[in-house]
Design a binder for this molecule. Structure first.
Ligand SMILES: CC(C)(COP(=O)(O)OP(=O)(O)OC[C@H]1O[C@@H](n2cnc3c(N)ncnc32)[C@H](O)[C@@H]1OP(=O)(O)O)[C@@H](O)C(=O)NCCC(=O)NCCS
Length: 169
């Protein structure tokens, strides 16, 4: 059975992955200043990523102007990424960093938000999870990219200390 995890393979950013072959560029390209904003912007969700969370944005999640709070979206992304990280770690995993975060367009109340995740990189105890949130107006089928981010998690033991990732399989 193929593994549920696909590490550092071709992603939405081309064959070299999100950061290219030599790590993050010290001076990002002008048209794409945030590393985890796909360029060109995709028009459909990534087919091979995990749809980790689906939730309807409610009035309590909105700011006084009727748009959904960025913090609410970030928490959904953290939950989704944490779900994939815990699955890979076969146990507890803690968020240690949000390496990038990009809000592409606003979300309105009533939208159905789906958060997709992809394991980009594994270290000894850490995991980098790429996250994209897509929103669908509740009266239409079309989905739009709303946020992208890169979250780092560390597998932890029962005392909250880093724990080596178990072998896949
Ligand atoms: C996660 C935590 C246990 C890591 O402890 P630590 O002493 O920093 O661990 P280490 O220095 O041994 O690093 C462990 C791994 O995390 C990585 N790491 C640590 N800090 C990092 C950071 N800011 N960004 C990216 N990676 C980081 C290290 O590179 C290492 O990776 P590797 O084992 O794959 O090589 C500790 O920082 C912690 O408890 N943080 C709070 C977590 C939390 O409460 N999150 C919110 C709720 S889930």
């Amino acid at each position: 059975m193929p593994s549920a995890f696909h590490v550092a393979g071709p992603g939405r950013w081309g064959a070299a992955g999100a950061y290219g072959e030599h790590g993050p560029s010290p001076s990002p390209p002008e048209r794409n200043p945030v590393p985890h904003t796909p360029d060109p912007e995709p028009t459909t969700p990534p087919a091979d990523w995990h749809p980790s969370i689906r939730v309807t944005a409610m009035p309590a999640d909105a700011n006084p102007y009727g748009d959904i709070f960025g913090g609410w979206l970030m928490s959904q992304m953290d939950l989704a990424a944490g779900s994939l990280a815990s699955l890979r770690a076969k146990g507890r995993a803690a968020t240690v960093a949000v390496d990038s975060m990009s809000f592409v367009r606003p979300v309105t109340v009533g939208a159905e938000v789906t958060v997709y995740t992809h394991l980009e990189h594994e270290g000894r105890t850490s995991m980098k999870v790429a996250v994209q949130a897509w929103a669908r107006d509740r009266h239409s089928e079309a989905e739009e990219l709303i946020t992208c981010g890169l979250f780092t998690f560390v597998a932890t033991d029962d005392n909250g200390r880093p724990r080596p990732l178990p072998q896949v399989g």
